[in-house]
Design a protein around this ligand. Structure first.
Ligand code: GLU
Length: 284
């Protein structure tokens, strides 16, 4: 069945075999439907336009065609702010003033539970009163906005989604604790911007690497809270480096430009990307 799929890279490095595989997988899963590209560049400290240009050049060299224009998250901050305000109006967000160091210290406590993204936020700022929070905001303290995940899940009731390989999944967003909805430096987070954009772009099938499987628990909750449609999901195994670990953008030898300069053809590079899948590839 034709689908609308997307490749949603963060331009924090050159296109390598791992990101190329995500693009090839998404394009194939469109199955004659629409294949979109979305640049997830909310992190202005790590994302660079030259990486975006190189990624798009790499995709074109591999022979991929995507629907224009490319969506850039940096151009849609007002939409994310509006979505954040809706969650605020539901009393589901609270300001969090903790630094990374504060959170890391709390996570080192023997009882600190770990979530898919690391230690679960210990809830330090959750009990601040509105007056205390506002006073700190007025003093100019930087703050993120976190979701009151337990209130949100209580409000939502049982939620599920369809993973095409694993079947129906029940959402358990509490495994992440109180996730960040708006970061200190930008009025959104990966979870909010990605969920919003998948709906905004009419994505019917979200494809991404296995490592992002847990994120859907949070995305499904946000879809419910913001009255957005729920796409279906499918995951691909990661491309592994020579050490058997997930390929990183620092692994320069396996970036598409280096492989091209070394004389490989697009067909050879496509074979390499697809053949180097990890054994957990659920479609293999
Ligand atoms: N931007 C994410 C990444 O580069 C992918 C997000 C997604 O596919 O949901 O890892």
């Amino acid at each position: 069945m034709p689908e609308t799929t997307r490749f949603a890279p963060s331009p924090t490095g050159y296109l390598h075999l791992g990101t190329a595989k995500a693009a090839l997988f998404a394009a194939a899963e469109a199955n004659g439907g629409r294949f979109l590209v979305r640049i997830e560049n909310i992190d202005h400290t790590r994302c660079r336009p030259e990486f975006e240009t190189a990624m798009l050049e790499g995709l074109a060299w591999l022979g991929l065609c995507w629907e224009k224009p490319v969506r850039r998250q940096s151009e849609h901050m007002a939409s994310y702010s509006a979505a954040t305000r809706r969650l605020q109006d539901m009393n589901l967000l609270y300001p969090c003033f903790c630094t990374r160091a504060d959170i890391a210290r709390a996570g080192e406590a023997p009882h600190g539970p770990a979530g898919p993204d690391g230690p679960i936020y210990p809830g330090t700022c959750r009990s601040l009163t509105v007056r205390e929070g506002n006073a700190r905001i007025d003093r100019g303290e930087a703050y993120a906005l976190r979701l009151r995940t337990d209130d949100a899940t209580t409000r939502a009731g049982t939620l599920s989604w369809i993973d095409l390989d694993r079947g129906e999944q029940t959402a358990t967003p509490e495994i992440f604790g109180d996730v960040v909805i708006a970061r200190k430096d930008v009025p959104t987070s990966y979870h909010l911007a990605c969920t919003w954009d998948d709906a905004e772009q009419g994505v019917s099938l979200v494809t991404r690497g296995e490592e992002l499987f847990p994120a859907t628990h949070v995305h499904r909750l946000l879809q419910h809270l913001l009255a957005l449609p729920t796409p279906r999901y499918r995951h691909h195994g990661l491309v592994l480096g020579a050490d058997g670990k997930k390929l990183s953008k620092r692994d320069r030898a396996l970036d598409i430009r280096s492989l091209r300069e070394a004389g490989h053809t697009p067909a050879q590079v496509i074979d390499m990307a697809m053949a180097r899948a990890s054994p957990t590839d659920c479609r293999s």
